[in-house]
Design a protein around this ligand. Structure first.
Ligand SMILES: [Zn+2]
Length: 133
């Protein structure tokens, strides 16, 4: 019993009429039927000439475009919803005005005893003494 599997390989070279875009697509498949199906798919994907397509190909292409457009729309919608949720979950920044400030020095620091105190010392090294209640 042999494990060697014959695999088919095809290279599809596609060029637009103006020759500006050239695309080479390598196809590997186990069966010739797959090879030809893939070649047809590559040609369909590359072609922007509706006249070159059969009616069936056109319908497939339209359906695929529609599906892709829906997918893109869904992804965009999901992203928007996620963004909105993230914005809601984000705690609103506390307004700085809520922090009480020493009326004399305009500064304060959180006290380990709770509330705020003024961390300013005077020329003699004495604390300002202001505390929030
Ligand atoms: Zn003070």
């Amino acid at each position: 019993m042999s494990n060697t599997q014959s695999r088919y390989h095809a290279e599809v070279k596609l060029a637009r009429k103006n020759g500006e875009n050239e695309v080479r697509v390598n196809i590997f498949a186990d069966t010739l039927a797959e090879i030809f199906a893939n070649i047809a798919e590559v040609e369909l994907q590359f072609s922007r000439e509706p006249r070159a397509m059969s009616q069936a190909q056109l319908e497939i292409a339209r359906a695929e475009q529609l599906a892709k457009a829906r997918e893109v729309a869904e992804v965009a919608q999901t992203a928007m919803v996620a963004k909105a949720k993230a914005a809601q979950l984000k705690p609103a920044p506390k307004p700085a005005a809520k922090k009480p400030l020493c009326p004399e020095h305009g500064t304060s620091a959180p006290s380990k005893f709770g509330g705020f105190y003024c961390p300013t010392k005077d020329e003699d090294g004495r604390w300002c003494g202001w505390k929030s209640d």
